[in-house]
Design a binder for this molecule. Structure first.
Ligand SMILES: CC/C=C\CC(=O)SCCNC(=O)CCNC(=O)[C@H](O)C(C)(C)COP(=O)(O)OP(=O)(O)OC[C@H]1O[C@@H](n2cnc3c(N)ncnc32)[C@H](O)[C@@H]1OP(=O)(O)O
Length: 718
């Protein structure tokens, strides 16, 4: 709702009230309309200030209401009412003015912002465009290039940048509401003719066509199939080419197109999913709201390889004192140099002070004796990690949290090496650790709730989205990757090429196809794991070479590794590169010949494989594993899996995540297609729909937020 009060006798004050961000719900819109009429009708009131309660102007349209039938006054007539007002209306922007909140501010005649406020049009991230005149007013106010930038990227600007761009009239370090009241008094009685942005002509720079062409190219490059960014460009184009009223009609058409698209639904689901994962729970009943994190001031990182360096940078940038340990002198000095470079670049990019002095380097593990938390980041080798954990358990002060950065090893086995297994938790960072936003916090059966809470909070402080997951091979992300990769290999055996599989996945929206990712991360990583698992056997032909434990197995990755083809680092993998370390993947005729030879050796006949089969086999196998993970209680809900896949594995955000996507496709259809492929490939257990998936499909494909009711009590394997 909106509150009305009179300030200093002549200023009508409208205060938006809708915690937590004063979003424009039906009640708030109704309140604004009613209070505007009141302010305009009271003769004593000479000007109006609009502000938000609790230091937040407005977070935009109320996203929680998007799924329901629209009630209350629409936004567009509301902003027109404000702009057309005969008394000056001043927006007092504290905290945030985002989306519809900024549109509300742009309909006011003046805008006063607090210096700490952030403004922007983030609708594009929700699969929408600013649909209350934002695409028509902003270019009129700040010009086409700047408006295109803000609207297509959704980036927030500071009050200072907003002032520079001409979005706000004044910035204050003092109380913005008081400043707005003073300002409102100072403009009482002045003509408002030049203050209504909708009446401004839209600037037409001479290279207009080139500007729009560039903007379209830019969004095509980065959108990966998302339709909102290009539609935003079209809406701004209407501001330049059409009179305001017609431009508004075009904005409405384009907004409706986006609003009813599956992409907007997926992105809005994802918005709430990312927030839902912070309300974590574990299979043994610990919860975010009943578990208190421990204070951590000083942390240590053991092992300064690629991951350890990234983790050190993240910790230092988050303000923690860090002891960074690498036992070899030479590696330590290399790491020191690399970390300094990363910190310098980070400080420059983010405009923050350097954090060098936060880090103390040491060659000795003894240096961690007084820290509150240790993150072990040595090589992915259980024996090595066990030794480190035994050492840490002996050296560290009592009560220290011991975390391991592992991408899939057994947390409980490591915990059993220590005197306090309840203090052990996994922190699975993604490379590069100082850049990637995702953190899997892996709890073992003995991890204490407060340890999970501490790791979750540490992740948040490091700017990560932390997702709590249970302990199993590969946790959530890498466990689901296994059947996906497996299908990709099988498709090569059956006649596909790496470029064909990658193209299908990239057209779906993945940042990179599975084979390009494999080349980037190194084929030897998986090879090492498979060797440790006893899967890699000496070269042989015939069916037995492709069976392990009674199930189908593809040795293709092993064979490439045996030939020294480890991917980008060796200049050869599933693709060829111009040099070792090269980045541009080119199809490799050698690989095609090798695949032909391989098929011939194993009596396999290449067949034509279509787009749909590639997509369904790769994605549905991965999704099926996701349902198995839910069934096992390793992830608490589908949102956890979806956030992990979007932030850690390049799943296109506008498709919501694998579990959301499965719901969109229809769970019954996913079951039917898995059964179809299982019949053809009975030796691939990953194609057998898991019982939770079958159960959900049989219960009528319920909406994703209802899945938890069906999952009910997960049968935890912990
Ligand atoms: C005709 C249509 C015209 C316009 C369309 C629009 O206006 S679309 C909406 C545009 N606005 C946005 O996209 C803003 C989205 N919100 C954010 O970016 C952040 O939430 C924000 C406001 C920067 C605050 O970030 P912070 O990190 O401080 O908190 P958090 O993100 O956890 O949010 C706190 C809770 O607020 C809920 N929330 C935020 N924005 C909205 C919103 N617009 N509508 C409804 N609810 C919103 C958010 O979900 C959090 O609640 P929780 O219960 O934890 O989920």
């Amino acid at each position: 709702m909106a509150l009305y009060s009179r300030v200093s006798g002549s200023v009508g004050m409208i205060t938006l009230q809708n915690p937590p961000v004063n979003a424009l719900s039906a009640a708030v819109r109704q309140g604004i309309v009613d209070m505007m009429h009141r302010a305009l009708s009271e003769p004593e009131v000479k000007s109006v200030v609009i502000c938000g309660q609790n230091g937040k102007f407005c977070g935009g349209a109320d996203i929680r209401e998007f799924g329901a039938k629209m009630t209350g006054p629409p936004l567009v007539p509301m902003v027109h009412l404000i702009e057309a007002a005969s008394k000056p209306v001043v927006a007092a922007i504290e905290g945030i003015a985002l989306g519809g909140g900024l549109e509300l501010a742009l309909s006011c005649h003046y805008r006063i912002a607090h210096s700490k406020a952030r403004l922007g049009f983030p609708e594009v991230a929700l699969g929408l465009l600013p649909g209350a005149g934002g695409t028509q007013r902003l270019p009129r106010l700040i010009g086409v290039p700047a408006a295109l930038d803000l609207i297509t990227t959704g980036r927030h600007v500071t009050a200072a940048e907003a002032r520079q761009l001409g979005i706000v009239d004044e910035v204050t370090d003092l109380n913005a509401v008081d400043a707005a009241v003073k300002f409102a008094q100072s403009v009482t009685g002045k003509s408002l003719d030049a203050r209504r942005i909708s009446t401004y002509p839209c600037p037409r720079p001479p290279d207009l066509d080139a500007i729009f062409e560039r903007a379209m190219q830019q969004v095509r490059r980065s959108a990966r199939g998302a339709i909102a960014p290009g539609t935003c460009v079209q809406a701004v184009h209407a501001a330049v080419t059409l009179p305001y009223a017609k431009g508004m009609e075009r904005e409405r058409e384009l907004f409706s197109l986006l609003f009813t698209s599956g992409q907007a639904r997926a992105l809005q689901y994802y918005f709430f999913a990312q927030r839902a994962v912070s309300r974590w729970s574990t299979a043994n009943g610990a919860r975010w709201d009943t578990s208190k994190p421990r204070p951590v001031r000083k942390a240590a990182v053991i092992g300064l390889g690629t991951m350890g360096r990234g983790i050190t940078v993240s910790l230092a940038q988050a303000g923690f004192s860090v002891v960074a340990v690498e036992t070899q002198e030479k590696q330590l000095s290399e790491a020191k140099q690399a970390v300094s470079g990363m910190l310098e670049r980070g400080a420059k990019r983010r405009g923050v002070p350097l954090a060098h002095d936060k880090i103390k380097y040491s060659c000795s593990v003894q240096a961690v004796a007084d820290v509150d938390l240790v993150i072990e980041a040595v090589f992915e080798d259980m024996a090595l990690k066990k030794t480190v954990f035994q050492q840490l358990s002996a050296i560290c002060k009592p009560g220290v949290l011991l975390c391991t950065n592992t991408s899939g090893l057994d947390i409980d086995e490591l915990a059993s090496q220590t005197q306090s297994p309840e203090l052990v938790v996994g922190m699975h960072f993604f490379a590069p650790a100082h850049v990637m936003q995702l953190l899997e916090v892996v709890y073992g059966p003995r991890s204490s709730p407060e340890v999970v809470a501490t790791a979750m909070q540490m992740g948040k402080k490091m700017g990560k989205v932390s997702v709590a997951v249970g302990n199993c091979r590969g946790f959530v992300g890498n466990r689901m990757l296994k059947p996906y990769l497996e299908q990709a290999f099988f498709l090569l055996e059956e006649g596909a090429t790496p470029e064909q599989v990658d193209q299908v996945l990239e057209e779906f929206g993945f940042a990179m196809g599975v084979f390009k990712v494999s080349d980037l991360s190194g084929l030897d990583v998986g090879w090492k794991v498979r060797k440790a698992d006893g899967l890699v056997s000496p070269a042989s032909t015939g069916t037995s070479a492709r069976i392990r434990g009674g199930s189908r197995y593809s040795p293709l990755g092993d064979l490439l590794c045996e030939r020294g083809r480890f991917g980008q680092k060796t200049g050869r993998g599933w693709y060829q590169y111009d040099k070792p370390g090269g980045r541009v993947a080119k199809p490799d005729p050698w690989l095609h010949g090798f695949l032909e030879e391989y098929r011939a050796q194993h009596g396999l006949v290449a067949r034509h494989i279509d787009h749909q089969e590639v997509l369904e086999r790769c994605l549905y196998a991965l999704i099926n594993e996701g349902f198995q993970i839910l069934q096992d209680g390793i992830a608490a809900g589908p949102e956890d899996i979806d956030v992990i896949y979007v932030l850690g594995y390049g799943w296109p955000r506008h498709r919501g995540g694998p579990m959301f996507y499965a719901g969109q496709v229809g769970l019954d259809k996913v079951v039917e297609r898995l059964e179809h492929y299982q019949q053809i490939h009975p030796d691939v257990p990953g194609l057998q729909p898991c019982s939770l998936l079958r159960k959900l499909a049989a219960s009528g494909n319920p909406a994703i937020h209802k899945w938890r009711e069906v999952i009910q009590k997960p049968r935890s394997q912990l």
